[in-house]
Design a protein around this ligand. Structure first.
Ligand code: NG6
Ligand code: CA
Length: 513
């Protein structure tokens, strides 16, 4: 197999160190060029939701530690304002609008990323990394027509580059409320098979018929099967031994991650820590309930911060801190009422989840995609703040660069190598343009942003519905980060040129140089 010059040098160095009698651990520590990588992706966490980005209503000391010891981005984006498309793009380096069916995946979704697709995980695996994903998946499992919940859930993460997975199959508000470990539902009793579907199969109590029994009421949707006192999206039966409690999810992600890091501490390893916090239903562990004045939404942020702290402590304890690159990010911007009455609206006070930005989850305004984004690699990244434009969609190409691999032309077609920006190098430029996906598409080029809303007007029932002035809007997001002053009619040529560029990117099927 072809080996790049740095790889040959690395092997020679390993061999030399081996002759000097060094242990595998110290051998690994000697390789400052290939760190372990942990991507921590929060769910629905907004730009203004953590204290290092300005929140004052709560404290996030562990995420703040990442920021203090690393690089905090003020122009860090996820590529879409909902979960499935952002995660699809994060893994594949491809804009989600290029593939049908990458909207919010339903409970019985089958695998959206086909085996053989180059992903951030396969890139790192190819470079000799051990790879794992722990937490929310929401990219479908198994083959059509629907997942075989009682058999093998294949293909899934293991077919696209992960060595290990421990998953929440879709979201915490979607059925089934079970864990999937590698190809199977964990603790599933064959005598109590799992069934998942859209129609009530057995006249079971629902969020509608037994609403008064719920421990957290719904506000819209979320009124099918009741599990753990909470109405869900979709119906399921069976699998009782396999079912989790919402309150224990975060603990379980930490437990499984720590176990996996310990087993792979000799590295190099890549862990995708995919938290379900702070997605609805927000039902943090009892020890976090009431910790903030913001209701369970704030308490879930504190729980997320605790998870980050546990990962950092594990790295410290195993002496891996200096040789681990951490990327902290979110999958989309914030939302308050996303279907449950959990106090997010009534206890908000003057907290601003999207920070200075307009919009949030589902929207193409900045609040939908401009989210917390922090990199930390002690010894390599100089602590500070960066205004370079980077996105979660770029992490795949960055990992290829980090491990001296050249991507095939058709691989990760929209993922840019912005590694110098992620590492805070002086000459780094970041992206020159970026497409944001939500209800419609937007393109940012330099300081300017063109928004192309769907012609269908938002209906009042839509969460985070925005009263926009017209289908096309143009903002200078540096002068006007809150996207208040639509300059489309003042700058028709610029608006036209940016629309044409967006169209060209859509038609070209790729945007990576
Ligand atoms: C919506 C759900 C919302 C949330 C979202 C997915 C309703 C009424 N709303 O359809 O609660 O689950 O999907 O969120 O069902 S995401 O962060 O995973 O994209
Ligand atoms: Ca999300």
């Amino acid at each position: 197999m072809f080996m790049s010059a740095p790889a040959v040098r690395w092997r020679l160095l390993l061999f030399a160190l081996f002759l000097m009698g060094l242990s595998p651990n110290s051998l690994w520590a000697a390789d400052a060029g290939r760190p372990n990588v942990i991507v921590i992706m929060a769910d629905d966490l907004g730009y203004g939701d953590v204290s290092c980005y300005g929140a004052t209503a709560l404290k996030t000391p562990n995420i703040d530690r990442l920021s203090k010891e690393g690089l905090r981005f003020t122009n860090g984006y996820c590529s879409a304002s909902t979960c499935t498309p952002t995660r699809f793009s994060f893994l594949t380096g491809k804009y989600a609008f290029r593939q049908q069916g990458t909207g919010i995946a339903p409970p019985n979704a089958t695998a959206l990323i086909q085996p053989g697709t180059v992903t951030i995980a396969s890139i790192l695996k190819n470079a000799g990394y051990k790879t794992a994903v722990v937490g929310k998946w929401h990219l479908g499992l198994g083959a059509k027509p629907q997942p075989d919940w009682n058999g093998e859930l294949k293909p899934g993460p293991l077919e696209i580059g992960f060595d290990y997975c421990f998953l929440l199959p879709t979201t915490n508000d979607r059925v089934p409320s079970v864990y999937v470990e590698n190809h199977r539902v964990r603790n599933l009793d064959p005598a109590d098979p799992l069934w998942v579907g859209r129609k009530n199969p057995d006249g079971q109590p629902t969020g509608v018929t037994h609403r008064s029994s719920l421990k957290m009421d719904w506000s819209h949707g979320h009124n099918h099967t009741i599990h753990n006192g909470i109405g869900r999206i979709g119906y399921f039966t069976g699998g009782h031994k396999a079912r989790w409690r919402d309150e224990d999810l975060a603990d379980e992600w930490v437990k499984q991650s720590v176990k996996w890091i310990e087993a792979n501490k000799d590295g190099p390893f890549f862990l995708f820590f995919s938290s379900h916090d702070i997605h609805v239903p927000r039902m943090p562990h009892e020890r976090f309930q009431g910790k903030t004045k913001l209701g369970f939404r704030g308490d879930a942020i504190v729980q997320l911060d605790w998870c980050v702290g546990q990962l950092l402590e594990t790295l410290d304890r195993l002496n891996l801190t200096d040789n681990t690159l951490i990327v902290f990010c979110s999958d989309n911007g914030p939302v308050l009422d996303d279907g449950y009455q959990d106090g997010a609206v009534t206890q908000l006070g003057d907290h601003t989840p999207a920070g200075p930005f307009r919009g949030g989850k589902y929207t193409i305004y900045e609040g939908g995609t401009r989210t917390p984004f922090i990199t930390r690699w002690p010894g390599r990244i100089k602590p500070g703040v960066s205004d370079k434009l980077v996105s979660t969609i770029d992490l795949a190409a960055c990992m290829a660069a980090l491990t001296d691999q050249t991507l095939a032309r058709d691989a990760c077609p929209d993922s840019f190598n912005v590694l110098p920006a992620l590492l805070g190098d002086a000459q780094a430029t970041g992206r020159d343009h970026f497409v944001e996906q939500g209800r419609g598409l937007a393109i940012r080029v330099g300081d300017w942003k063109l928004l192309q809303h769907p012609t269908k007007k938002p209906n009042r029932k839509q969460v985070n519905a925005e009263n926009r002035q017209s289908d096309i809007e143009l903002f200078n997001v540096v002068d006007d980060p809150a996207e208040k002053k639509n300059l489309a009619s003042e700058h028709p040529q610029r608006a036209h040129a940016m629309q044409a560029r967006l169209k060209a990117i859509q038609e070209a099927g790729r945007s990576r140089p």
